[in-house]
Design a protein around this ligand. Sequence first.
Ligand SMILES: Cc1cc2nc3c(=O)[nH]c(=O)nc-3n(C[C@H](O)[C@H](O)[C@H](O)COP(=O)(O)OP(=O)(O)OC[C@H]3O[C@@H](n4cnc5c(N)ncnc54)[C@H](O)[C@@H]3O)c2cc1C
Ligand code: SF4
Length: 316
Amino acid sequence: MKAFAYERARTPAEAAAAVARDPNAKFIAGGTNLLDLMKLEIETPRRLVDVNGLKLDQIAPTKDGGLRIGALVRNTDLAADKRVRKDYGVLSRALLAGASGQLRNKATTAGNLLQRTRCPYFYDTNMPCNKRTPGAGCSAIGGFTRSHAVLGTSEACIATHPSDMAVAMRVLDAGVETVRPDGATRTIPIAEFHRLPGNTPHLETALAPGELITAVTLPKPVGGRHAYHKVRDRASYAFALVSVATVLHEDGSGRVALGGVAHKPWRVEAAESALPRGAKAVAETLLAGAKTTPQNAFKLTLAERALGAAMAEARS
Ligand SMILES: Cc1cc2nc3c(=O)[nH]c(=O)nc-3n(C[C@H](O)[C@H](O)[C@H](O)COP(=O)(O)OP(=O)(O)OC[C@H]3O[C@@H](n4cnc5c(N)ncnc54)[C@H](O)[C@@H]3O)c2cc1C
Ligand code: SF4
């Protein structure tokens, strides 16, 4: 690991300004992703700005009947929160399907949204990777692609986003609250937060340099029955091959988003009108335009079946 300076910010705006001032600076929250990447020298920040003391660890009701989740709320606390379990069950279930108890105790809401891909070539510094080194090339294209994306890919990158929590937040229409280095705040709809790779796969989100996430907001509860179905290579402690977050209502209408298939949580609102007709009908629109390799083509069938399982789970 390369040497780095460490500082604690006193306010969110001060933290944002500190990172904006130094192009080699990064925020650190739980450290469960960033420190791993620093040990491998995939990320080499010269300065870490610790945001743990910024009092961003509260979950509070909003004026419009929703919830405001502080950026520093730990995944364990969010999954266990009574309001989340009652009204946003899909989020609680998605969180509990991720990582391990120990990791969830450290992992934060903002850090989880910003975790980097688990593409094996991204982690192997001997192999070219456009996300790690822009312009270097993509080792996955033409390489081993079993875990890679089938939707929204580009000639530059076919990596998936690994977060389970983000898939649930997409189905709930969350908003990401931020503060910029000049103190200005904004809310980015989760649908626009993660980017598709295009020809700049190293730019993963809508955040500007130094922009700090302060909270994630959930609109008022949508009701319905919630389910999160995750398919992975072993029962725990593994990232999704495919996952499904769904909310279903009595009349058959609802919402659905997929994880493990794209560079961002994958939701196509137009597909949801087919929910009363079953998983196959939904999958037809949701997976339209998919581009597979011989190794990851199974994800299309898996997604349709996982969708069917999640819908059955939500109705049970
Ligand atoms: C073995 C293992 C298994 C895992 N399995 C899963 C899984 O199955 N599903 C899943 O979803 N996740 C899984 N994870 C990922 C884990 O959930 C993430 O590592 C964690 O959520 C990251 O949160 P953190 O607070 O530790 O982030 P950090 O490591 O502290 O930070 C991650 C990134 O976010 C940035 N950041 C942090 N806070 C802010 C902020 N407020 N504003 C702006 N930028 C910020 C940091 O600069 C850094 O770039 C796993 C991790 C490990 C190590
Ligand atoms: S898929 Fe993306 S992350 Fe993986 S090697 Fe290619 S450019 Fe890198």
